[in-house]
Design a protein around this ligand. Structure first.
Ligand SMILES: *Cc1c(COP(=O)(O)O)cnc(C)c1O
Length: 376
């Protein structure tokens, strides 16, 4: 049998909601309102409800802008240092640079692959203003410890939740632990638009007002710029389509969790990074840790199974960020992890009966001479 299993497939999902999407598009096109109108406002309200938190959502153009607008609202800029991780989408670091601040990379926990709070604490200087933990793969950083460090040292916390919409820590949504939570609606994310989109969440009404103004040229109600803003607005088409999809998100998250559970059933635990204690994982990605990764990628490919690497090069080793001065060897756990992570197909529409087969290939490949499993 020749299976073709992609790593991501929005078309399969689209077919199940096509009518509702087309109706939503038509409604927007006939409404006379195209940008930051009632659908964006509705999405902001419904997203807060989904997060189960009292507060404000501020819809923006994408997840990178969500982080930059959040940092700017907190007054972070040139001369300030922001603690984050290097095993992340480059977007996290790009956003810190967009406001002119200096990213300072922390090590990750070798078990969970999330920010190591103790290491973060050691890197605090008199210039440090904020911590940006990244809830990578649908897991969550240890926000209990990070918030403790932030409170003791007077730092802001901006959560990068781009990969973790729907993830809970101790029953509480990620994005509601820090001062601001930033989400991405890039098509591959847990809640994906048919284009770009993003959102900030905060419980602080003053920060919400600042972010509403910042995303729209820094305007106040009378269209006078009262701060230096940007253009990062969510359009009504994307907002309406996201509104359709948000209703299905609990169902789709349930399927992601079923996919995750099926993988865990068929893979030895030494191949799989641990969920942070207290986390209800949302399985944005299902990641395994293997040595000689390239051979496994090719074996999977030969069987029609697509896989991905998130991320092959840590941000501190990318040429654009060499100027920060973190050479190879400066973050050993991060660097060794980058050589071993592999993302297996993981999305709500993935048939569960494909998973034992994928896992057999993984297990057979790592049994071959020269291809060893991950950390024992
Ligand atoms: C996708 C992603 C972003 C950026 O979101 P965009 O909407 O693509 O700008 C930021 N951080 C992480 C961890 C991401 O995965």
């Amino acid at each position: 049998m020749n299976w073709q299993i992609p790593r991501f497939d929005y078309l399969a999902q689209y077919q199940t909601i096509r009518r509702e999407c087309l109706a939503a598009i038509e409604e927007v096109l006939e409404s006379g309102r195209l940008i930051l109108g009632p659908r964006a406002a509705e999405l902001e309200r419904n997203s807060c409800e989904f997060l189960g938190a009292e507060g404000d959502g501020v819809a923006v153009g994408n997840g990178t802008d969500a982080l930059a607008v959040a940092l700017r609202a907190l007054g972070i800029g040139p001369g300030d240092e922001v603690l984050t991780v290097s095993n992340t989408a480059v977007a996290t670091v790009a956003a810190i640079r967009m406001v002119g601040a200096r990213p300072v990379f922390c090590e990750i926990d070798p078990q969970t692959l999330m920010m190591d709070p103790a290491d973060a604490e050691k890197r605090i200087t008199s210039r440090t203003r904020a911590i940006v933990p990244v809830h990578l793969f649908g897991n969550a950083a240890d926000m209990r410890a990070i918030n403790r460090v932030a409170a003791e040292r007077g730092l802001f916390v901006v959560e990068d939740c781009a990969q973790a919409m729907g993830t809970l820590l101790d029953g509480q949504s990620v994005g509601t632990w820090g001062d601001i939570g930033c989400f991405s609606f890039y098509p591959t994310k847990n809640l994906g638009a048919f284009g770009d989109g993003g959102m900030c969440f905060t419980r602080n009404p003053g920060l919400a007002d600042a972010m509403r103004s910042l995303r729209n040229y820094g305007w106040d109600e009378s269209r006078c710029a009262i701060r230096e803003g940007v253009n990062s607005r969510l359009d009504e088409l994307q907002a309406a389509l996201l509104g359709v999809k948000l209703k299905y998100l609990p169902l789709w998250l349930g399927r992601r969790r079923a996919v995750g559970a099926e993988y865990l059933k068929h893979l030895p635990s030494r191949f799989v990074p641990r969920a942070t204690p207290g986390v209800l994982h949302s399985y944005h990605l299902f990641v395994v840790l293997v040595d000689r990764r390239q051979q496994l990628i090719e074996r999977l490919k030969a069987e029609g199974i697509d896989s991905g690497v998130h991320y092959p090069v840590p941000v501190h080793e990318m040429p654009a960020y060499h100027f920060l001065g973190n050479g190879r060897g400066s973050l050993p756990v991060t660097e060794s992890t980058a050589g071993r992570v592999l993302s297996l197909p993981c999305y709500p529409e993935l048939p569960l009966d494909a998973i034992p087969r994928i896992c057999r290939i993984v297990k057979n490949a790592v049994r071959m001479p020269g291809v060893e499993g991950g950390a024992a």
